[in-house]
Write a new protein. Structure first.
Length: 112
């Protein structure tokens, strides 16, 4: 079920599926970009999640949230309970955030 949610989100987000880069001339983007977003790594600790998002690309799950992290396009946050897979609930620039700001944002999003 979770892998299908991830696939649906990637299919609908043109930054994550490579379509924007493809339209800009990168012919391999349609293959390379979605490859990073195949399955989620579940992280229950916010400190560990923040560290992972600062250092790695991919999909990370924390409670009801999926974080799709890309070094160029930032971090798209989706609520897995929202059936509209084209609608991310937040976009984060992790490198510009303090841990305290990140923690406050995530706690607000969990309560949605």
């Amino acid at each position: 079920m979770e892998n299908q949610i991830i696939k649906d989100i990637v299919d609908k987000n043109e930054w994550l599926n490579g379509m924007y880069d493809y339209k800009d001339g990168d012919l391999m983007a349609l293959v390379n970009q979605p490859e990073k977003f195949q399955e989620a790594t579940e992280i229950t600790n916010l400190t560990e999640l923040f560290h992972a998002l600062k250092n790695y690309e991919g999909v990370f799950k924390h409670k009801n949230l999926l974080f799709f992290n890309d070094w160029r396009y930032g971090c798209f946050v989706y609520d897995i309970n929202n059936p509209d897979r084209s609608d991310y609930i937040e976009h984060l620039t992790i490198d510009a955030m303090s841990f305290e700001s990140f923690q406050k944002t995530v706690n607000r999003l969990i309560k949605l």
